[in-house]
Design a binder for this molecule. Structure first.
Ligand code: GLN
Length: 388
C-alpha cells in the first residue's frame, strides 16, 4: 500500500474531542469539550421547526444565504463600529473551525510563519500544519497571561505572514485590553502582517472587562480577518455556523477556499439562526449575566475544595493546578479523573507550547445542577486519586 500523507503525521486527533469520548465511556460529568447542556433560545428552536416545512433544503449561495449575511452584517456593524457589506465582506462557514482554516489558507503559503500565543486553542496547531505554515509561539505569562512586548517584537522580526489572536482567550480566559491590542496592532503594521482573530467568545466577557474587536482599532480593518461563530453566543455548537468578516479583496479569496472546502453551511440552519442574529441587546446582557453566575458558582465551589485555579475574564474555561497529585502525565491524570472521580477535563498540555503538565481545563457552560454535580464529585478528589 502507498504511504499516507506526511502532513498528517505531525499532529494527533483532537485531545479535547477525545476527552469527550473518554468522559462518555466512564459516565463522567463532561466538562472537557466546551459546549452547553442547556437549551438554545426557544425562538431559534421554534423557527427551526417552521423552517423544516419551508423551502430551505437545497444549497444556499456558497458564501452564505443572503438573509443570514444581511442579519449578521447588521449585528456586527453595530458591534464593530463599521458598516459591513453583507455581499462583499462576509463568508459564512461551517463553524469558526472552518473559518480559521479558510483564513489560514487564504493568507499563508507553505513555509510562511504565523505567530501563535501559548497557551492556544489546539486547532491552531493543526491549522498551521494543514496550510503548510510554521508557528512561532509567543508565551502568555500567568497569572494575567500577559505577553512581553519585546518577545512579541522578536517574533515579528522573523517576518510572519500573520498573527492568530484568540480573544477572549481559550483556554486561559484572558480578555486583551485595548492597550495590549494596540501593541499588537502597531507591530502588525510595522512588520506588515495580517491578524486572524478567533472571537467566538465575544459575548462571554465578565465585568469590568470589555471585548474590543481587533478590526475596530485604527488602521486595522485592512489587515484583520475576523473569525467567529454562532455556537457559543446562541448555544448551538452542533449547528456549525461560523463566519469570516474582512475587507472585500480578502473575502474574494476566502470565498474560493471555502467553496472548495465545504461548499456551504447548512441552509435550513442559517435561516433559523437569523432569528438569533436579530435579537436585541437584552439577549447579550442576559447571556453575560447567566455566564457570570455560572462562573461565580463554579469558582466558589473550587475555592471551597481548595484547588488553585485561574479566574477567567472571558470565555468559559478554568485552568486548575493539580500539581499536588504529582502526575507526570496530565493526560493520564485526566483519564483517572474521569474514571475514578467522574469528571471530564482536558489536559493542559494540549494548549501549551511549553512543557506544562500540572494544569487541567474544565468548562462551566453547563446547567447549575450539572456544575453542582461535578463539584460534589470533585469534593472527593483527594480521597479518590492517590498522589504519585
Ligand atoms: N471550543 C471548544 C473547546 O475548546 C470546543 C472545541 C471543539 O471541539 N470544536 O472545548
Amino acid at each position: 500500500m502507498p504511504e499516507l500523507s506526511k502532513r498528517t503525521e505531525t499532529f494527533t486527533d483532537s485531545v479535547i474531542r477525545r476527552m469527550t469520548r473518554i468522559s462518555n465511556q466512564y459516565g463522567a460529568v463532561n466538562l472537557s469539550q466546551g459546549f452547553p447542556d442547556f437549551e438554545p433560545p426557544r425562538e431559534l428552536l421554534n423557527r427551526l421547526a417552521e423552517v423544516s416545512n419551508e423551502d430551505f433544503h437545497q444549497y444556499s449561495i456558497t458564501w452564505g444565504a443572503q438573509n443570514f449575511r444581511e442579519a449578521l452584517a447588521e449585528k456586527q456593524s453595530r458591534l464593530m463600529g463599521r458598516k459591513i457589506d453583507p455581499n462583499a465582506e462576509i463568508v459564512v462557514t461551517c463553524g469558526s473551525t472552518e473559518a480559521m482554516m479558510a483564513a489560514m489558507m487564504t493568507v499563508a503559503n507553505p513555509g510562511d510563519k504565523v505567530i501563535v500565543f501559548s497557551p492556544f486553542y489546539e486547532n491552531y496547531g493543526a491549522d498551521t500544519i494543514l496550510s503548510g505554515a510554521e508557528p512561532i509561539y509567543v508565551p502568555l505569562y500567568p497569572p494575567e497571561f500577559n505577553f512581553d512586548p519585546d518577545e512579541l517584537e522578536a517574533a515579528f522580526k522573523q517576518k510572519p505572514k500573520a498573527l492568530i489572536l484568540c480573544n477572549p482567550s481559550n483556554p486561559c480566559g484572558k480578555v486583551f485590553t485595548y492597550d495590549e491590542l494596540k501593541i499588537i496592532a502597531d507591530l502588525s503594521e510595522k512588520y506588515d502582517a495580517f491578524v486572524i482573530t478567533d472571537e467566538v467568545y465575544e459575548h462571554i466577557v465578565y465585568a469590568p472587562h470589555k471585548h474590543t474587536y481587533f478590526a475596530s482599532l485604527p488602521n486595522m480593518w485592512e489587515r484583520t480577518i475576523s473569525c467567529s461563530s454562532l455556537s457559543k453566543t446562541y448555544s448551538i455548537t452542533g449547528w456549525r455556523l461560523g463566519y469570516i468578516i474582512a475587507p472585500a479583496q480578502i473575502i474574494e479569496v476566502a470565498k474560493k477556499v471555502h467553496d472548495f472546502l465545504t461548499v456551504g453551511a447548512a441552509a435550513p440552519l442559517q435561516e433559523a439562526a437569523v432569528t438569533g442574529l436579530r435579537f436585541g441587546d437584552d439577549y447579550y446582557r442576559q447571556l453575560r449575566d447567566k455566564y457570570t453566575e455560572k462562573r461565580d458558582l463554579f469558582l466558589k465551589g473550587l475555592d471551597d475544595i481548595g484547588i488553585a485555579h485561574t479566574v477567567p475574564q472571558g470565555a468559559y474555561y478554568i485552568l486548575l493546578d493539580v500539581s499536588e497529585f504529582g502526575y507526570k502525565s496530565d493526560l493520564e491524570f485526566c483519564e483517572v479523573l474521569a474514571r475514578d472521580v467522574g469528571v471530564g477535563a482536558v489536559p493542559g498540555s494540549s494548549f501549551f507550547r511549553e512543557d506544562v503538565n500540572h494544569l487541567i481545563r474544565l468548562h462551566f457552560a453547563k446547567k447549575n445542577e450539572t456544575l453542582n454535580k461535578a463539584l460534589n464529585r470533585l469534593e472527593h478528589i483527594r480521597t479518590k486519586i492517590n498522589k504519585r
